[in-house]
Design a protein around this ligand. Structure first.
Ligand code: G6P
Length: 604
């Protein structure tokens, strides 16, 4: 959740650290801090967003060439200056991402340290300091301390006594080391490295690195040297900038025609009525044998999996499909049938529950495939094969373009599976055509309806409750619509299957609520229209979002003109994304960094 950045080289560290923290701010934003070394330590910490820290830094500028920084999402201890990282113990300064589970026990063993924060992280700083005598190197003290730690960590540690190195280590929380020309930059996320270097070492669990201006030395926790694999990171500055939009969220919604095209490129071959994913690491025979698919994710990724599960069922005869919330599944005594493949869906590739669930599934000998956006992320590295959705960096906390690309990627997987099991071009053609046409269809909808969606959203922005309803493939879309709205507008919103309306939610319909009814031109339309009539009869305030040309009796109707039929839910979801965005804007909220949330949930 928290963001970590570190720098050692020939340039001024403060600016690079603050700039890096700004790029990582979406990971946590309740307080931030940096420490730099240059004859002594300059520790600057501030409650609130990185912009507050930036002001403080401008009053205490130093030419220091080495430092570490942190932006926090509070777990232990309220957001405050005292609880902000870096934490100090003796000569040691530490930034930490993760949770030290046995911090209370460890704290009792450290009576000499005067604790000034409520954090588990300060305990780790003090523990390292307790091993750091005059004969011990910083890396050795860190190694000894980590042997005693239970929990998860990504850490960067500095010492005023050895002010040419940063020691970093990871277990469960990501860390990347950017290797530049006579400089080394550390970050918990590749976006902080963009513009500095394209060469990076992804630290693995159980590894420690000593980073200096011109070198990186890697060892395991037993101090055995390891060889470092330098990989290329692909991202450009434009991908992590707003590019004229008011918010990243709006940019990410509006760029979906392009990002979805990147998901489809080379994978949907319309001329041959064929689809293929390159990285599955499975032969056609292995695909043929798949009888069951389990899809695992959290939040929006889970809903993307849920929508894709309908397409898998529709496309692959005889296939059984389950969709699981990772935080639940990981603790269950679950059993998976023979010939199962698991699709592990995650934008960040770092979500702690999803990662833990992946490991549980692997331990049962089940083949795992990732559906991941962040290249080089932990889940992407641990799965047996899979697909990068190539939606580009998603900065806004609420996930939008990743959802669209995840559903598309899993639909391509469904087509490939159907092909392997003998389905002909005729059966699959309609899905392939609709996937290929989807970027243009989304573009058309965004252009034609942006203003109308804004007007409707502004009109309904004062409500405090909302109900989203949809049937069949529109049910997961209703759930995702409710999630998007609650994340960024703070309106209490629930998603429901249309058929469940009479089993409870109908009792809620009154003037405090508005209802979003998702309507698709298909065999279930009449049933959904009956639900709509039932709400109207009880004084509901219904907004219908639909592709149907029928006369629809609702308070507001957003009618979209699209050629999509089977995949129309993906298009309706884009409408909902814009709707949630404009509601949040009308309410004056911090759209990109909603209160209490973080983008990459690397703790349980
Ligand atoms: C957080 C984010 C959501 C995201 C979920 C799963 O809650 O705010 O937008 O859907 O985590 O994240 P993942 O990176 O695994 O897709």
């Amino acid at each position: 959740m928290c963001g970590i950045v570190g720098y050692v080289g020939g340039r001024g560290a403060q600016k690079i650290l603050v700039d890096g923290l700004q790029r990582l701010e979406y990971r946590g934003y309740d307080s931030a801090g940096i420490v730099t070394l240059g004859g002594g330590a300059t520790l600057l910490r501030e409650k609130g967003k990185v912009v507050e820290l930036e002001k403080l830094v401008s009053e205490h500028e130093t030419p220091d060439k080495i430092g570490i920084g942190h932006t926090r999402w509070a777990t232990h201890g309220e957001p405050s200056q005292q609880n902000a990282h870096p934490h100090q113990a003796g000569d040691i300064y530490l930034v930490h991402n993760g949770i030290i589970e046995n911090y209370k026990e460890l704290k009792q063993e450290l009576p000499d340290h005067e604790f000034t924060s409520d954090t588990d992280s300060e305990v780790l700083a003090a523990l390292i300091d307790s091993f750091y005598d005059n004969e011990t190197s910083l890396e050795s003290a860190v190694t000894q301390a980590l042997q005693l730690v239970e929990g998860t960590y990504g850490i960067a540690v500095l010492s005023t006594r050895e002010d040419d190195k940063i020691v970093v280590a990871r277990s469960g929380s990501p860390l990347i080391i950017g290797v530049g020309q006579d400089e080394t930059i550390i970050a918990s996320d590749a976006s902080a490295l963009v513009g500095h270097t394209t060469n990076a070492i992804y630290l693995n669990d159980g590894e420690i690195a000593v980073c200096k201006a011109g070198s990186v030395e890697l060892t395991d926790l037993a101090s055995h040297p390891l060889s470092a694999k330098v990989e290329k990171i692909e991202a450009d500055m434009s991908a992590i900038q707003k590019q004229g939009y008011d918010h990243f969220l709006l940019k990410e919604i509006m760029e979906q025609p392009i990002t979805l095209q990147s998901t489809l490129n080379g994978r949907v071959i319309k001329a041959e009525a064929r689809a293929q994913l390159g990285g599955l690491n499975m032969s056609a025979e292995e695909l043929q044998e798949i009888e069951h698919v389990v899809i695992i994710g959290c939040g929006t990724a889970y809903y993307a999996g849920m929508l894709a599960s309908y397409y898998l069922e529709q496309l692959v005869d005889g296939l059984t499909v389950d969709v699981e919330i990772a935080s639940e599944m990981r603790y269950r005594s679950f059993h998976l049938p023979k010939d199962t493949v698991a699709l592990v869906v995650s934008q960040s590739g770092e979500t702690a529950d999803t990662l833990a669930c992946l490991r549980e599934v692997k331990a049962r000998g089940v083949k795992t495939l990732g559906v991941i956006n962040a290249v080089g992320s932990t889940i992407a590295r641990e799965v047996d094969g899979g697909v990068y959705v190539h939606a580009g960096p998603e900065i806004s906390v609420a996930s939008t373009k990743a959802f669209t690309s995840q559903v598309a990627a899993m639909t391509i997987f469904a087509i490939q599976l159907a092909q392997a099991k003998g389905a002909g071009a005729q059966e699959l053609g309609k899905y392939i055509d609709e996937l290929a046409a989807m970027p243009d269809e989304i573009q058309k909808v965004l252009e034609a309806h942006k203003d109308q969606i804004r007007d409707v959203a502004t009109k309904y922005a004062h409500y405090e409750h909302a109900l989203f309803l949809g049937r069949d493939t529109l049910f997961p879309v209703a759930l995702e619509g409710a999630l998007k709205l609650k994340e960024i507008s703070y309106i209490h919103a629930e998603g429901y299957a249309g058929g469940e309306l009479k089993h409870g939610p109908l009792a809620l319909v009154d003037d405090r609520f508005f209802e979003v009814m998702l309507l698709q031109e298909n065999a279930l339309l009449d049933k959904s229209l009956s639900n709509l009539a039932e709400m109207n009869a009880r004084g509901g305030h219904v907004i219908a979002i639909t592709n149907s040309d029928r006369q629809i009796d609702a308070e507001a109707v957003i009618h979209i003109d699209t050629k999509q039929e089977l995949l129309v839910p993906i298009v309706l979801n884009v409408v909902q994304q814009l709707f949630a965005y404009y509601v949040a804007v009308a309410r004056g909220n911090d759209v990109d960094q909603p209160r209490n949330l973080a983008k990459s949930v690397t703790v349980e």
